[in-house]
Design a protein around this ligand. Structure first.
Ligand code: ME8
Length: 549
């Protein structure tokens, strides 16, 4: 609760826990930036937000990857997990929790979760015979595999979905009564039509649930898989890596002790490749454990390079550290959030980053900031005064100097916070940023139209109008600065600091008092000295330099 005793709303957002058999690339960073943007947005809204990310360190493919390096698995996992942590910190990912599935607290959560599934009658001993894909760590049915050939021309079977090689597996292990939960899952989805976003993926899941849902093997023989969490009470079996991994979300929430506060407000951000695990297996496990189901599953598509999904074997992986050095962290974040859409795959290309950042950050936003605060145009270095007579609230009043286009701009900026809110709520940063960018363009047009540098400020009337043009432009910038904080925090900080907007004046609500003098209220910023001039907001990127790297 806050000081007045009103309960503070809570929010909990997660990314997948990433496998440590490959190094972080911009696809991973994208999921993390999407979640980070949502977390920062919630904080601006005054919500008590929690944000978890981390690494998935068990399973056969990690066991094999560690073996090829000659390192013991934990050392191997620690090294790669630290790389993820480093990359995320560097990219401004402000997670509150970083979880590793090799942690003790997580093992305890998995053991408890398993025990509850057993006690509730959802786990039985059986034998599994079928296809298994190690790279996907997943069991596949006959309809999910196709004939193919490997690089040496030998006949093999591959997964229709991922294209990865599968192998025949026959083992005694534990099975989970997934088939019993089909109707409950359908019921959950039908009663929560917005729980899987975007809608396209909701329908895919419903479709999957139409066909039958075989029971799921949830353990592997210890003789095959040692690197994992042991099945409680059975030294011969290791918990299936996906069951292990999914429980991480509960571990962070505090399971099995105090978890209900966070668990009731969980939102998952996942790539479309792991939709089935999150939209079918995970809810099924939670139903079986009698725990609440996620509030929402936000699915996004993939980043490709020249049309192909990034992968280690194709050698087309984009390194986030290198990219953030070339384009700055804000440049990279802006590009990912502005161009990444959830419905369709997006192609990554250095040239596109350069073009977007130069036009929207360096020229439009940076130009606008410069026009309002450069000493040549703003010699007193203040937030100037607004004059109602030159920019009256209604166009017909007092014969002001503002024109119809100016009123349209004010209208758009007044509507902007609500529009950005609606889209940040849905984790559609691209739409929020598009709207902000549109308004930035209008404000530049406003300054251009009235060309304050041509006014003769020795004439009182001109001076009043001059100040008003600057004031309105700075008010616009202040709103853009506040609304950009979730996406590009350091860039937004630069804008707000330059405008002299203090740390206590940057919450979402402060974007709702746009142009208070226009509304006849006092403006707290008026005549306030500007913050320090720290140079360009965003330096233009050179395409030449980019190609040379
Ligand atoms: O699947 N574009 O881990 P993982 C966009 N450990 N996002 C991408 C991407 C791309 N090209 N490539 C990866 C696992 N991602 C499991 C998850 S969760 C309980 C266990 C992102 O390292 C995207 O979020 O293969 C995708 O779902 C995830 O990384 C897969 O990461």
């Amino acid at each position: 609760t806050d000081r007045s005793g009103t309960p503070v709303p809570a929010y909990y957002v997660t990314t997948p826990v990433f496998y440590v058999n490959s190094l972080p690339h911009i696809g991973h960073v994208y999921s993390a930036v999407v979640a980070d943007c949502s977390h920062r947005y919630k904080i601006l809204q005054g919500v008590n937000s929690r944000f978890a990310t981390g690494t998935d360190e068990h399973g056969l493919k990690i066991q094999q990857a560690a073996a090829t390096t000659g390192k013991d698995p934990l050392t191997f996992c620690t090294e790669v997990s630290n790389r993820f942590r480093h990359v995320f910190r560097r990219c401004g990912i402000s997670y509150t929790d970083y979880v590793r599935t090799t942690e003790d607290r997580h093992r305890q959560a998995v053991e408890q979760f398993w025990t509850v599934l057993v006690n509730n009658g959802f786990i039985y001993r059986g034998s599994y015979e079928g296809w298994y894909s190690v790279p996907d760590e997943s069991f596949l049915t006959e309809t999910q595999v196709v004939d193919s050939t490997d690089s040496l021309g030998r006949a093999i079977k591959t997964s229709t979905e991922s294209g990865h090689k599968v192998e025949w597996m026959k083992e005694d292990n534990y099975l989970f009564r997934l088939s019993d939960l089909r109707h409950k899952l359908q019921h959950w989805l039908r009663s929560n039509p917005h729980v899987i976003q975007p809608e396209k993926f909701y329908y895919i899941v419903l479709q999957w649930l139409e066909s039958d849902l075989p029971d799921l093997s949830v353990s592997r023989q210890k003789s095959r898989l040692q690197w994992g969490i042991g099945v409680p009470g059975d030294p011969e079996q290791t918990v299936y890596v996906w069951l292990d991994a999914l429980v991480n979300y509960l571990t962070v929430a505090g399971y099995p002790e105090q978890h209900s506060r966070w668990w009731s407000v969980v939102h998952h951000v996942v790539g479309k490749d792991i939709l089935k695990f999150h939209a079918i297996y995970w809810p099924a496990f939670l139903l079986a454990a009698e725990l609440p189901l996620p509030q929402a599953i936000h699915v996004h598509s993939h980043w490709t390079v020249q049309g192909k999904k990034m992968s280690k074997s194709l050698g087309n992986v984009v390194d986030p550290l290198e990219t953030s050095l070339k384009f700055t962290v804000d440049g990279l974040r802006y590009f990912l959030l502005r161009q990444g859409v959830p419905d369709t795959d997006c192609d990554y290309d250095d040239d596109k980053v350069v073009k977007l950042c130069n036009s929207e950050l360096a020229d439009a936003l940076g130009g606008l900031l410069n026009r309002c605060t450069a000493p040549s145009l703003n010699p007193e270095q203040v937030y100037p005064q607004f004059c109602n007579t030159s920019f009256p609230k209604e166009p017909e009043e007092f014969n002001g100097r503002a024109v119809l286009e100016d009123y349209k701009m004010v209208e758009a900026v007044l509507r902007l916070p609500a529009l950005a809110k609606e889209n940040f709520e849905k984790l559609h940063a691209y739409k929020a940023l598009e709207a902000i960018s549109g308004c930035v363009r209008m404000t530049n047009g406003f300054i251009q139209r009235h060309a304050p540098w041509k006014l003769n400020c020795r004439k009182t009337e001109d001076k009043l109008w001059y100040d008003t043009v600057l004031h309105v432009s700075m008010e616009c910038l202040r709103i853009y600065g506040i609304l950009l904080q979730p996406a590009v925090p350091s860039l937004a900080d630069k804008i707000l600091s330059r405008l002299g907007v203090g740390p206590g004046e940057r919450s979402w609500d402060h974007a709702l008092d746009f142009l208070s003098r226009y509304e006849g209220r006092d403006c707290p910023y008026e005549r306030r000295a500007l913050g320090p001039n720290t140079g360009l907001l965003f330096s233009r990127l050179e395409r030449k330099n980019v190609q040379e790297k």
